[in-house]
Design a protein around this ligand. Structure first.
Ligand SMILES: Nc1ncnc2c1ncn2[C@@H]1O[C@H](COP(=O)(O)OP(=O)(O)OP(=O)(O)O)[C@@H](O)[C@H]1O
Ligand SMILES: [Mg+2]
Length: 234
């Protein structure tokens, strides 16, 4: 499903004549298979978010290739990436990244609007997916009127609405209390089991790493496969 080969990334920092290259990822080789839940762990600054940003097309790598669902995504233009994301990838973020001026309904609807889906069809799908994440009746609530867990579920609904085959998540449980986190993890496992969605989850959290089939550790930009370190709860 995802094949990363010899991926390296340097950030260039500093002013013009005084530029320095900071190597952040070094020669990453990583294959993620359809239907897997893979967690990525590692110290702060080890390059986890950078890896996810590269796999999501938000940055171009210094070198190496990334193939997702048979496409070499490092060759895509920004416009092609936008279409590719809508087709294949959903995102869940730590801070949810909801648009504060838009209701739960409108936040979830947005990807379909961008896709150009007709309004009636959108409506049906948005109601369906909000009900699925347990937010029936909350359609007209603004993010500020929802609890942290509810906001996270709006974020999940928005990730699911395009029916992605892969979901990337960066510290998705970072702002959830323990109970909400357990619900979230259960939901991820259900989606993985019932719909075969592949998950790549960056986390500091051992509970999250526990639901993963495989854990990858980044150590100063290099990859260490930790295998099934934790007992898989399937
Ligand atoms: N835009 C940027 N410009 C320059 N350096 C950057 C940039 N983004 C990240 N870095 C550097 O790259 C390194 C890896 O950052 P990254 O955000 O990938 O770490 P992380 O593993 O996600 O850490 P955390 O757990 O704290 O989120 C850090 O040393 C950071 O300073
Ligand atoms: Mg990060």
């Amino acid at each position: 499903m995802i094949s990363v080969k010899k991926l390296s990334h340097d950030f260039v920092v500093g002013k013009k004549n005084k530029e320095t290259r900071v190597p952040v990822l070094k020669d990453i080789d990583l294959s993620i298979f359809e239907g897997e839940i893979v967690s990525i762990v590692g110290k702060s600054g080890s390059g986890k978010s950078t890896l996810l940003n590269l796999m999501s097309g938000f940055m171009k790598p210094t070198s190496g290739s990334i193939e997702i669902a048979g496409t070499d995504v490092t060759k895509l233009s920004e416009a092609q990436w936008a279409d590719f994301r809508l087709e294949h990838i959903g995102f869940i973020f730590q801070s949810f990244q909801l648009i504060p001026s838009m209701t739960a309904y409108s936040n979830v609807e947005l990807p379909l609007k961008i896709k150009g889906m007709p309004i009636e069809k959108r409506r049906k799908k948005v109601f369906e997916v909000l009900e699925r994440v347990g937010l029936k009746g909350f359609e007209e609530f603004y993010p500020s009127e929802l609890s942290g867990g509810q906001q996270q579920r709006v974020g999940i609904a928005r990730a699911l609405i395009t029916k992605p085959s892969i979901i990337f998540a960066d510290e998705p449980t970072g702002s959830l209390d323990n109970e909400t986190e357990q619900e979230f993890l259960q939901f991820i496992q259900e989606l993985n089991k019932n719909e075969g969605i592949t998950f790549v989850i960056i986390t500091h959290d051992k509970d999250v790493a526990k639901v993963a089939h495989r854990t990858i550790e980044l150590v100063q930009g290099s990859m260490v496969e930790r295998g099934e370190l934790y007992e898989v709860q399937r």
